[in-house]
Ligand binder design. Structure first.
Ligand code: GLU
Length: 476
């Protein structure tokens, strides 16, 4: 069988975490089986769907690198096809025109509630029959699917197992509204059939639609795909994940400095497991993933774990890969990297201390931007380390770096050791003032390696600036 899966979002907002996980599982299943993955935009609800939301979903998928083999298809471009299938069902008496008005159906509903029966569409209600027989050429109608009255629908959900629903529970669904537009449950079936979808992976909020859709598949003579319904994602307080719990939009994770690789690793573990393993390369995700191993219970979102994974990937992925995503943050912060060391060297040096790309961009700043005034100093760092006691060490450092011929980390290390020996100072008494002078902060990687990347000209200027800063104490 040629596997073909799809992600079929309704573009009413951004790509949220739940949608992204569904898309990823669907994509993974296709990759795992050597199949194809389709993107379909379900934009029939013209009032709620926007171009902005379509763009946001596409942007989110692209950022996660979930490429699609076909599409994006748009349901609004397929109305002729849906209408043709509606006409075919009408001709075969598998669907019928229903003339009962909304008002009438509301009245019947109220009666049903008053009598303690389940409120539902009743094709055999005398007033519905009357509405249909009294209708004229000009009466408004919708088209309803003639759902079987007997038996039950049985299917084996790949995540949730065996599901049986009695047909007596399902009413005659509207497949084309009075205004001529087709409805969700109908379009989905025609699309999945036409697009030859073999596995439907989607959120559990659609599980009640599945038996209705299965009856439509059977009526139009289409082969049934397999179904897999993913459970809900909950926030840390056990309620459905929402904005209250923090970021729910995938692009917000980009904005907050996450790597797509970390987000994907996080998403796959949100409801799927492989022993105790937490970290998976993309190749491993593809080779190990199976829908059967997806949990049917709800998964809880854990922001700390995502941060931990992000730090892991910042430390371990190729600096070249990280650079691609870091560049976006550097541009946002207007840090111009053409004026300083190669960015991959900076990533290698400072990356492991950072949990997010925002931190990494901030920690890259002093390699590329010159300091304008003393406000650039971290106040505490300057007050603590740029004191008159540090003056001698900094002056000596200035002389030594000025005359250093070969600008290497090893030689800069020797410079620091020599100063310690000459002035009989502990390493920190030399290293810390130098660190604050060069980076204007009290935390950084090894100062010799930092100086090496910052470069000779900038290091000289910055030690001179630090000495000017210290000289203010002498004036007072
Ligand atoms: N368009 C539906 C949604 O966004 C998904 C339909 C489906 O996957 O069958 O919830």
């Amino acid at each position: 069988m040629n596997v073909k899966t799809r992600f079929a979002p309704s573009p009413t907002g951004f790509l949220h975490v739940g949608g992204a996980r569904t898309a990823f599982y669907s994509w993974l299943y296709a990759k795992h089986t050597g199949g194809k993955f389709v993107l379909r935009i379900e934009d029939t609800d013209i009032e709620r769907c926007t171009q902005e939301a379509i763009n946001a979903i596409i942007e989110g998928m692209q950022w996660l690198n979930l490429e699609w083999d076909e599409g994006p298809y748009y349901q609004t471009k397929r109305f002729d096809r849906y209408n043709a299938v509606v006409e075919q069902l009408l001709a075969e008496n598998k669907a019928y025109k229903c003339y009962a008005s909304k008002e009438l159906l509301n009245e019947i509903r109220k009666e049903q509630i008053a009598f303690g029966t389940k409120p539902r569409y009743d094709a055999y209600h005398p007033r519905v029959i009357a509405a249909n027989t009294e209708a004229t050429e000009s009466s408004l109608f919708c088209v309803r699917f003639r759902n079987p009255k007997e038996g039950s629908v049985v299917f084996n959900d790949k995540i949730r197992g065996h599901i049986t629903v009695a047909n007596s529970e399902l009413d005659d669904l509207i497949i084309r509204r009075t205004d001529g537009t087709p409805t969700y449950n109908f379009c989905v079936v025609v699309d999945d059939w036409d697009m030859k979808i073999t596995q439907v992976v989607r959120g559990e909020d659609h599980i009640n639609n599945t038996p209705r859709q299965i009856n439509i598949y059977k009526a139009i003579g289409a082969p049934l795909p397999e179904f897999a319904h993913c459970s809900m994602i909950l926030g840390d307080d056990g309620t459905k994940l929402s904005k209250r719990h923090g970021a729910v939009s995938v692009m917000q994770y980009r904005d907050e400095g996450y790597l797509p690789q970390a987000v994907l690793n996080y998403l796959i573990r949100l409801g799927w497991s492989y022993g105790d393993q937490e970290i998976f390369s993309l190749e491993e995700m593809i080779s190990l993933f199976s829908l059967e191993a997806v949990s049917k219970s709800a998964s809880a979102f854990d922001a700390d774990k995502l941060l931990w994974l992000n730090n892991h990937y910042i430390r371990s992925l190729e600096p070249k890969y990280i650079a691609k995503y870091l560049q976006w943050h550097l541009d946002k912060k207007e840090i111009n990297t053409s004026n300083g060391p190669v960015i991959t060297d900076v990533i290698q040096l400072v990356g492991e201390r950072c949990n997010t790309l925002i931190e990494l961009a901030e920690q890259s700043r002093y390699f590329y931007q010159d300091f304008e005034n003393f406000e650039d100093f971290e106040t505490d760092a300057a007050k603590t380390y740029l004191q008159p006691a540090a003056k001698e060490a900094l002056e000596l450092a200035l002389n030594k770096v000025k005359t250093l011929h070969s600008w290497t980390t090893e030689n800069l290390h020797t410079v620091i050791v020599d100063i310690c020996n000459e002035l009989e100072l502990a390493m920190s008494k030399v290293g810390m003032p130098l660190r604050v002078a060069v980076t204007r902060q009290s935390q950084s990687p090894s100062v010799d390696a930092v100086m090496m990347l910052v470069g000779k000209t900038r290091v000289i200027t910055r030690i001179e600036q630090a000495l000017t800063f210290i000289s203010q104490y002498e004036v007072q």
